[in-house]
Design a protein around this ligand. Structure first.
Ligand code: ADP
Ligand code: MG
Length: 243
């Protein structure tokens, strides 16, 4: 579903991604772990060209795009195939919960209002927000706002969902509700790539865990391989916190 080949990213002279290769099957749930500054967010954002990789190729749902020759329609195809959930929710403050989820369907997908509403209501039910449809973001807890963010990403039915530290802005008591929501999406068989610091969660939800440091994938494997039998000292050290 996703195939990255030799992705490099420079910000000016700073070499942030140093040759990333990654192959993700349809329906696979992959967590990316690693210290702050290791390039995790940049990697996610390079998949849909929110950041343009400097060199390398991104293949997504059968569409292959070379960083150095990507055109507008290539980038649009990558964007359409992905939904992204951000640490800071990024909701429209002047729209209600229902409108936040509907807006992509009426604008991007050009659905009729009634149809967009029907789809949105279904998804908001899944994330447990049917009783908050007419609330504005400011009237919601952080956890509820993030569940709107997840609903909005799901509404467009992307091939792949990308999560960038979806619970890092939340008060501790709100984290579990959002993690449960992400877990229920994963159980529907969606292909997902999740950057997270919630090690226990990554361990439970992932088919595969990737440990990144300094712009490179240091080690990857099943949760059991990484958490219990890591080969690299650096991985062991980082994951010790989860025991
Ligand atoms: P992580 O998500 O693992 O914390 P990031 O991908 O955010 O790491 O950042 C990796 C490195 O790239 C950091 O040194 C960061 O300062 C730098 N960086 C990230 N985004 C930008 C940007 N838009 N412009 C310049 N440097 C950036
Ligand atoms: Mg980050």
């Amino acid at each position: 579903m996703i195939k990255l080949e030799n992705i490099h990213k420079y910000y000016d002279s700073q070499h942030v991604l140093k040759g990333i290769d990654l192959d993700i099957r349809e329906g696979e749930v992959v967590s990316i772990l690693g210290p702050s500054g290791s390039g995790k967010s940049t990697l996610l954002r390079c998949i849909n060209f929110l950041e343009q990789p400097t060199t390398g190729t991104v293949e997504l749902a059968g569409k292959k795009v070379d960083a150095e020759s990507a055109g507008r329609s290539d980038i649009l195809a990558l964007r359409t195939a992905t939904g992204m959930v951000f640490q800071q929710y990024n909701l429209f403050k002047n729209l209600t919960v229902l409108q936040n989820v509907m807006v992509g369907l009426t604008s991007v997908k050009q659905l009729k209002k009634e149809q967009a509403k029907e789809t949105s209501l279904e998804i908001l039910e899944k994330v447990g927000l049917s009783n908050r449809l007419d609330h504005y973001p400011a009237q919601l807890s952080g956890g509820q706002q993030q569940r709107v963010g997840i609903a909005r990403a799901m509404a467009l039915n992307p091939k792949v969902l990308l999560f960038d530290e979806p619970t890092s802005s939340l008060d501790p008591e709100l984290v579990d509700g959002v993690l449960a929501t992400i877990k229920s999406v994963a159980e529907e068989g969606k292909t997902m790539l999740i950057v997270t610091h919630e090690l226990q969660f990554a361990r439970e939800i992932s088919d595969r865990v990737i440990f990144m440091e300094d712009g490179l994938i240091v080690e990857e494997g099943t949760p059991d391989q990484l958490f219990n039998h890591a080969k690299k000292e650096r991985t062991k050290q980082f994951l010790k916190r989860s025991k």
